[in-house]
Design a binder for this molecule. Structure first.
Ligand SMILES: [Zn+2]
Length: 263
């Protein structure tokens, strides 16, 4: 096991050890957020009156004058299998998360993350940060270990093993953890990374309230076919409060919402 990092978060341990992660299933869980779709409001114009004002330079943008993915503000940056981070990417402003054992996050996310954790604690639930920023090398090792597991346990090989692995562990460059925008939060009294996590008081509170602090549950159970990632009722992505409200109310996942938003 020389390829593995010295220290693993619980999630990473679960991924590598099998067990908890292996019982994750798609479907049957909570839908994205808890807001009824009747609250849905349109997203066009969001940036124009929001705190994250972006003005597209003249002559740029999409053919119809909208923004392109590349012109979005940092907090709306799409990071996934088809939109990986550029080679050599490093989060520009990284800082430690107080109260954790050296876990880090983008500095621009820190205040809202701490407010989320404080809000949860004040509400009587107990969230714990079990994973935050990951280096590219670390993500590479996690992915390689998951590929190895797909080979050994599912009898897959080559691209098939990689494809199966990428449903549970993002490919190197395709993880929001590398961008330092995402955290995995678990209930302090139930730290298994399986679907039962969603039934804990902590996740129920987080799923209901994370948008108030600028976060979205990034991989909802009913969106795996769009995100390409299995249901993760613990992975919260920072997008800013206004976008989090709009995305949650829309019932869309980030890919779908950006698609609609960018027109
Ligand atoms: Zn995560």
């Amino acid at each position: 096991m020389g390829m593995l990092p010295d220290r693993l978060s619980r999630r990473e341990f679960a991924i590598l050890a099998g067990g908890a992660a292996a019982v994750l299933v798609v479907g049957g869980g909570l839908a994205h957020g808890s807001h009824p779709s009747s609250e849905s409001h349109s997203s066009p114009g969001l940036l124009a009156h929001g705190t994250e004002v972006v003005s597209a330079p003249a002559g740029s943008g999409t053919a119809d004058g909208g923004l392109t993915l590349e012109e979005l503000p940092w907090n709306l940056r799409l990071v996934n299998g088809t939109h990986p981070l550029p080679e050599g990417f490093e989060p520009p402003e990284r800082c430690d998360i107080p109260g954790t054992d050296g876990l880090a996050i983008d500095r621009r996310v820190l205040d809202d993350l701490m407010a989320l954790l404080d809000g949860a604690t004040a509400a009587g639930v107990r969230p714990e940060v079990c994973s935050a920023y990951r280096s590219h090398d670390y993500q590479e090792r996690l992915f390689a270990a998951r590929v190895q597991r797909a080979e050994q346990e599912e009898g897959l090989a080559g691209v098939d093993a990689e494809e199966a692995a990428s449903f549970w562990v993002a490919r190197p460059g395709a993880s929001e953890h590398e961008a330092a925008f995402a955290v995995d939060l678990v209930d302090a009294s139930y730290q298994e990374l399986d679907e039962a996590q969603e039934a804990t008081d902590t996740q129920r509170w987080l799923i209901d309230h994370c948008a108030e602090y600028g976060f979205i549950l990034r991989y909802p159970t009913d969106k795996s076919d769009v995100t390409g990632i299995g249901y993760e009722p613990w992975h919260y992505r920072y997008v800013g409060k206004e976008a989090a409200d709009a995305i949650t109310a829309s019932g869309l996942c980030l890919e779908e919402w950006l698609d609609q938003y960018l027109g």
